[in-house]
Design a protein around this ligand. Sequence first.
Ligand code: ADP
Length: 444
Amino acid sequence: MPPVSERAWWRTLGHLGLLLAAGLAVGAAAGEPWAGLAIGATTALAWQAWNLRRLLLRLRSQRRLVAGDAGGAWAEADRLLQRRQASARRRKRRLVDMLRAYRAAATVLPDAIIVVDRLTQRIVWFNEAGTTLLGLRYPTDVTAPVVERLQPLPLANWLARGRNAEPLEVASPLQPGTTLSLRLLPYSDDLWLLVARDVSRLLALEQMRRDFVANVSHELRTPLTVLHGYLDMLDPQEQPEWAPIVAEMQRQSQRMTQLVEDLLMLSRLESRDELPSEEVVPMAGMLAALRREAQALSQGRHEIRVEDSAGVDIVGSPPELHSAFSNLVANAVRYTPEGGSVLIALRPEPDPDGRTGVALSVADTGYGIPAAHLPRITERFYRVSNSRSRESGGTGLGLSIVKHVLNLHQARLDIASEVGAGSTFSCHFTAARVRARQPVEPIA
Ligand code: ADP
């Protein structure tokens, strides 16, 4: 059996044929068969044109289609269009429901979500937390310029960075003591998502952790000094059989003291956003001190070389920079077997802005670090080999300290290493930190 549309088509064709035959028959009866046929054809054409016009009007009216009263192919066209319209309406309803559900979910999110037009930087939409955290008002703030509306938050330059904008921590404009973390997520060519999250609790916990570590380290300092003092007073000559035990106790208490000092240094560094004081650090003296420290630690087991092709000084905090560099030098000596060499070099190099910065690198011919460990090597207490680190007196905090010190100097740490061949740790400083070295005044 042919499909419905086929049958309707044949029926319409049949009606047309009948109309033409009727015209021909009436014309023939009147002695004018061609005129009769022409009248029949014109009537058929007019009927089709009429049905076509009615269909177009129905389509244009945007209302729900109802099947026309014409039969055959026209009724079938109506039926098919009606079916399509119904399915399109169902799909649209489903999409609208989905959109409503997403919007409802976004509305109740605890983070403030603001949709911002990229070009005009005006607010397109925001959720309830946009009102509670940032003070936005509905509907007046929809279409308002986001920078103006969120004043006094310093957003103009931050938004200008677009995709490259780093998360920004700001004090809440509404609730004193509340810190918000802002993130910009460009999710289409035209729209950005500005997400503001209340991170006060997280920061408080982080502060608690830092205070705890700092307090414990501080409390341990005094008993350790006492222990150290008594151990130093013990004379191995008096009780020679105790000598190795006393030596071991001294070694361990020294390690604990070093650990406490490193923890205190780390918590001091972490609690700062910027350097306490800045001055020009004479690098000739710094390199000489690093060489002396390396030689003292190596006890003649390594070749220690210093190279200075930059001839410049660095602006920063002298004790912090010294601590970072001497950690790298100590590591180079400790993780290089006897007979190896350590090169401490200060070299000029272009910084990211194309100006002349400087790099201090410490290269060794030691054990090297497997590539898999490199991404985590600056985490506190992360060690490639626990036993080797402990044997060599390491605390596991050295590189953490280096990273923090360099961050405070807006400098970068690069590590290149090959197992069995050695490692190079380089500290890259931008031109802003470089100063021409003052010539040493000859003593008259
Ligand atoms: P540690 O006190 O254990 O040396 P660090 O933070 O200074 O702690 O270093 C972390 C780990 O990185 C070390 O345990 C060691 O495994 C590895 N490491 C650091 N410097 C070197 C180096 N120059 N050569 C080989 N391994 C190194």
